[in-house]
Design a protein around this ligand. Structure first.
Ligand code: HEC
Length: 143
């Protein structure tokens, strides 16, 4: 292998690593304790009204009935599937609002990206280490 191809390979690997780091910054990792404390305050102010204390969610309608206007807020603790999403996916849902319902507002004009990241840190503090390790695209292999 020539020096040039060797360097090119290194650059490609590096670019991949840096990109991966940006996109999945904390996916699969325990949240930063400082971010959790600040995230809890944000959660209580903006999310608790629907997702309830400790992220237990609202009661679901019987027989799996779904009405777009009344879609109950699912749990964000580990009993539902928030942990199937990588941090970036959760951030997009919070910033843009879920596609499934208009009931949850988009938070992009209310919370900064940094605040969203802290809110996600709090949500992740509700998950056990096993679930955190299985977060995101890996969840299929962890069931
Ligand atoms: C007005 C009620 C309401 C508020 C306030 C609200 N949500 Fe939601 N949230 C919902 C509903 C309803 C859904 C979608 C349920 C469905 O599609 O079954 C949802 C879905 C989500 C999801 C997707 C979970 C998944 O498993 O795919 C995330 C993440 C989420 N909310 C986080 C938040 C965060 C963080 C906040 C506060 C910044 C917040 N929500 C505030 C009602 C709310």
């Amino acid at each position: 292998m020539s020096i040039a191809t060797h360097h090119l390979k290194l650059i490609i690997i590096l670019a991949f690593l840096i990109h991966g780091e940006m996109v999945y910054a904390e996916t699969g990792k325990a949240p930063d304790p400082g971010a959790v404390i600040q995230g809890k305050i944000l959660y209580e102010k903006y999310c608790l009204i629907c997702h309830q204390k400790d992220g237990v969610g609202e009661e679901q309608l019987p027989w799996g009935v779904r009405l777009p206007e009344f879609t109950p807020a699912m749990p964000l603790n580990e009993t539902s599937h928030a942990w199937h999403h990588a941090d970036e996916g959760l951030a997009i849902t919070i910033l843009e609002g879920p596609r499934s319902t208009k009931r949850m507002p988009a938070f992009k004009n209310i919370l900064s990206r940094e605040e969203v990241r802290k809110t996600i840190a709090y949500i992740k503090s509700l998950w056990s280490p096993r679930i955190i390790a299985c977060q995101g695209p890996k969840h299929m292999r962890c069931m």
